[in-house]
Design a protein around this ligand. Sequence first.
Ligand code: SER
Length: 603
Amino acid sequence: MRNLTSKELRSLYLQFFKGKGHVIVDNASLIPENDPTVLFTTAGMHPLVPYLLGERHPAGKRLVNVQKCVRTGDIDEVGDTSHCTFFEMLGNWSLGDYFKKEAIAYSFEFLTDEKWLGIPKEKLYFTCFEGDADAPRDTVSHDRWVDMGVEESHIFYLPKKYNWWGPAGQTGPCGPDTEMFYDTGKLACTDTCSPACSCGKYLEIWNNVFMEFNKKEDGAFEPLAQKNVDTGMGLDRTVATLQGVQSVYDTDAFTGILATIARLSGKQYGKSEEITKAFRIIADHIRCGVFMIGDPRGIVPGNVDQGYILRRLLRRALRFAMQLTIEQGGLGHVAQAVITQYKDNYTELINKQDYIIDEINKEEQRFTKTLKKGIKEFERLLPTLTDKRIDGKNVFRLYDTFGFPLEFTIELAREHGFHVDEQGYHEAFADHQKKSQMGAEHRFKGGMADNAENTTKLHTATHLLQAALRDVLRDKNIAQRGSNITAERLRFDFSFPRKLTKEELDAVEFMVNEIIQADLPVTYEEMTVEKAKKMGAIGLFESKYAEIVKVYSMGDFSREICGGPHAGSTGELGRFKIKKEEASSAGVRRIKAVLQCDPSLLI
Ligand code: SER
C-alpha cells in the first residue's frame, strides 16, 4: 500500500480519472448556488444536482473533482478521531454515460493497483444494496466485485439504511450504492460484525452511488431518464488509512496546523485526552472557518444562516484556545497555518488571506466582549439562587446566549461554591435541538426538484437584477457576493459601498420589469472562459480547470456564466418586486425580491 500525502492523493485521483476520459471540474462554492434547502454544500453531488436531473453539463458526461464540503450536524463529535466539520470529497461522475460495471472496475483499479493506491484486496470489504419494495437487490454490483476477484466473504448485502444515498434534500436524485471499506485489522466485535457496524473494524473509504431514481414529493421513486454515477471518497480519511494513522488529525494535512497550536499554547498535542481534544477542535473549526470566509461567496460571522454557523465555530475554537491559554490573536496564526497548507489547491485563500485573518481577529474581539457580559450575567445570577444550585434552564441560557459551554459554567460555579443541574441542562439542550431540528426540516421542504419552476424563474430574475444594478448604479465592478433562492424569493448580495436610494431601487425594479415585458429569449452558449471574458460575460473568473463554460444571455441585456437552469424567456417571470435593500456586511448590500405571478399586474 502506498503512503501518500493529502496533496499526492488529491492529484493522483484527478490524474487517474482524467486518464479514463473525465474532465477535471472546479470546486463549487460552499454555499449552494440555487438550492435553498440547505445552508452548505454537504456532498460533492450537491452542485451537480441540475446535471444529475438531466441538464447538460458544459464539460461533458464524465467529470472528476475535489469538492470542499461542510457538515455541521456532528459538531459536538469533533475532537474524536474522525469527525470534521470541513472535508474534501474526491468524486468521479458519470452523467448518463457509464454505469455500475465501469464505475466498479475504475474503483477497484484505483484502490488496488500498485500504480495507484496499491491497497491489498484482502484488506478491502464491499457492501451492496439488498433490495426492497422501492428497488431490486443490486446483484449487478455484487457480481461485478466478484468479477474483479473479490472473495464472496468480503461482500455484504445491506438494507437501505446503509446502502442507499440521497436525495440531499426531501426530493431529488438518489439510488442504491456500493461502499468500499478498509479493514483496520481490529478484531471483529461479534460474530455478526459487518461493515454496518461502528466498532471500528471496517472504515468506509469510498462510496459509489448509482443514481437512477428521482424521489418525488409523494415519496415515490421515479426512474431517472438518465442513469448517473456519483462517487465520494473522503480525502482525509483515505489519507489516514494510507498513512496508517489512527485519526484524520494525525495525517500530514494537520501537521503544520497542530504545530502552530503547540507553539502558541506551549502545550503538547497528545499529552492528555483533554489537550488532544482541544487541539483537534481548534484545528477543525479554524480550518472550516478559513474556507468559509475565503469562499468566493464569502461568509462573515453573523446571527443567521451560514454566518451563524461560522460564528459558532469560531467562538467554540476560541473557548478551547482559552482553555489552552493561547493569547488573544493566536487564532489568526492558526488560520495562517491552514492557508499555508491549502493555498496551492485553493488560490482564493491566498488572495484573501489578510481579509480572512482580519475577520477571525474581529470575531475574537467581539466574543471577548460577550464573554465579559456573560460573566457579569453569571455574577448577577448567583445571589438570586437560594440553594447553591444553578438550574438547567439558566445553564442552557448561558450557553445559548453567551456561548458558555457546560464545562465552563461548572468550573465557574465551582469557584463560587455552587453546583450545576447538569441533567436539567441536557434536557433544555435536547428541547432546543428538537425545536431547531423542526426548523431544519422545514428548511428541507421544497428541495431542488420541487418548486423547481419558481426557483428557476427567480434564478433568471437574479441575472436581470445584477445587470440592472450595474446599469442603474453605473458601476461595472458590482460583483455577486452571494445568492440564495427559495421558491418564494430571491436574495442577492453584491459589492457596493453605500445604501441605495429609493430612486435607484425604483429604477432597478423598473428596468427589470421592462426586460420581462420585452420577453427576451433566454439562451445559452458553451464557450471557453477566454471567450466569455471577451464577450463581457459576468462571472467569477476563477476557473482553474473547466475550459468550457455555459454563458446564459437574456437578449443583449444580460450575459453571465452560469450552469442554469433558467426560464425559456424573460416574459415567463411575471412582475418583479424589490422587497428590501439592506447592508449584508461591510461593502456588501443585500436585496430581497419576489416575482408576482399574475401577468395582468404587468400593465
Ligand atoms: N453522494 C455520496 C456521498 O456523499 C457519494 O458522493 O457519500
